[in-house]
Design a protein around this ligand. Structure first.
Ligand code: SF4
Length: 426
């Protein structure tokens, strides 16, 4: 495995290969792949997950890969097996680039290249030791599959400006909620991100951009890059997105070389190593070159021909993967829950398929109030508590519930919520 940038990992907060995190089903490790994983390397990763762990593999909302069920004895062997594979991965401050960076037909600049430059700059400054491990940067190159739904502390997004590409800067949230800061030249992207991360680091290791915006406003970020700004944030917020139509990562997307990428979803963010090996076989049969792990709990298959793509989609569908953007399972977000996570009061993941059948809006099922699987608000959040399932309307796992019901009454409670919602009462 090629690690592109390194920084010390803190045990229990950022479970990389060198610092697995204890969970209810053993140790968990997380990889941040930064490019296409060849099908051979992907199959070898799956085999190692089966051999050394319990075979459960997850893709997170940010597009990292998690392998579960390792032990103190097997984790070093797993790390050694993965290190021998040709998988480019990153460490340190999470710097996310859109999934088709460098290969997408519609991108305005290569977000992956800028992300790599930024990781190198951050590694030299060892800034990750001064930041919460949750602090992240999202770089969106303006292609079809963007990062609009992914929350990040610092956002850099492609913006057309006078025939050139500039970077729209925002802080503290997903694209719709982040506070606009202004626009900088593409060539100032690394300098801008480093300075904005410094603003967060200066306020303490527990700080996040959204908290700073709430307490002090976005002006502290604006001041830090005032000499780099080329336009004001009010104008930028109107121009943001350049009228780009956002599409689901699920489905086919054109690549610059004339081939196709095909996004498929993992139901409730997880799958089994053996099934994923079968998916790699199907991709190989269809002539694909590899997979990219992507935000929103998806894998994107790279290098399909228009003729072969439908057969791959049929095979992926048969294996239980999500191949349609309107699949009801995409409406339900679930954490691992009990018994996998020791903090869980409910079996969130096991409940998810049943809840997906009832779901007419986005529902987040969280085993406890920590809300690991989704930080932001959704139409209905269900939180496991010692007293039952807390129901929260239009809020997040940390908000106040409107009701608490026993797990067995969840389907009826969800149906009642849907009726109220339809009638405009929530
Ligand atoms: S939200 Fe709670 S129960 Fe679910 S994985 Fe996180 S800590 Fe565990």
């Amino acid at each position: 495995m090629t690690v592109l940038a390194t920084a010390p990992l803190r045990r229990g907060t950022c479970p990389g290969l060198s610092a697995p995190m204890p969970t209810g089903d053993g140790l968990l490790v997380r990889l941040y792949p930064t490019g296409t994983i060849s099908l051979a390397a992907f199959a070898a990763l799956c085999a190692a997950a089966r051999r050394h762990g319990n075979g459960v593999i997850e893709v997170t909302s940010r597009g990292s890969i998690q392998v579960r069920g390792l032990s103190e004895r097997s984790a070093p062997d797993f790390a050694a097996d993965i290190a021998a594979l040709d998988i480019a991965a990153a460490d340190g401050v999470p710097v996310l680039a859109d999934v088709l960076s460098g290969i997408g037909a519609e991108e305005m600049f290569d977000a992956g290249a800028l992300a790599a430059d930024l990781r190198r700059a951050l590694a030299q400054r060892a800034i990750s030791t001064r930041l919460s491990p949750k602090v992240s940067v999202a770089i969106d190159g303006g292609g079809a599959i963007g990062l609009a739904a992914v929350a990040a502390d610092i956002r850099l997004g492609a913006q057309a400006r006078d025939g050139n590409v500039a970077l729209h800067i925002a802080v503290g949230g997903d694209e719709s909620r982040a506070a606009p800061v202004g626009t900088v030249a593409l060539s100032d992207g690394v300098r801008t991100a480093v300075r904005l991360l410094d603003v967060i680091a200066q306020r303490g290791r527990e700080q996040r951009a959204r908290n700073i915006v709430a307490a002090e406003g976005a002006s502290v970020f604006r001041s830090a890059i005032s000499d780099l700004l080329i336009s004001d944030p009010v104008l930028d917020s109107r121009l943001r997105g350049n009228g780009r139509k956002m599409v689901s990562p699920i489905g086919a997307h054109a690549l610059r070389d004339g081939s196709l990428a095909c996004g498929i979803g993992l139901a409730f963010g997880h799958s089994d190593a053996t099934v994923l090996e079968q998916l790699a076989d199907a991709a190989s049969d269809a002539g694909a070159s590899g997979f990219r792990a992507a935000a929103s709990r998806t894998f994107t298959t790279i290098g399909l021909t228009a003729e072969a793509a439908p057969d791959f989609v049929i095979a992926a569908n048969k294996l239980g993967f999500i191949t349609r953007a309107d699949d009801p399972r995409r409406r339900v977000i679930a954490c691992a829950g009990a018994p996998v996570c020791a903090s869980a009061h409910i079996a969130s993941r096991a409940l998810a398929p049943r809840i997906a059948k009832e779901a007419e809006c986005t529902i987040h099922i969280s085993g406890c109030a920590k809300g690991c699987a989704h930080a932001g608000p959704v139409a209905l959040t269900i939180v496991g508590t010692a007293d039952g399932c807390a129901l929260i309307g239009n809020g997040s796992a940390r908000d106040a519930p409107f009701a608490v019901v026993p797990t067995g009454e969840l389907p009826a409670a969800i149906a009642a919520f849907a009726k109220k919602r339809e009638a405009g009462h929530v």
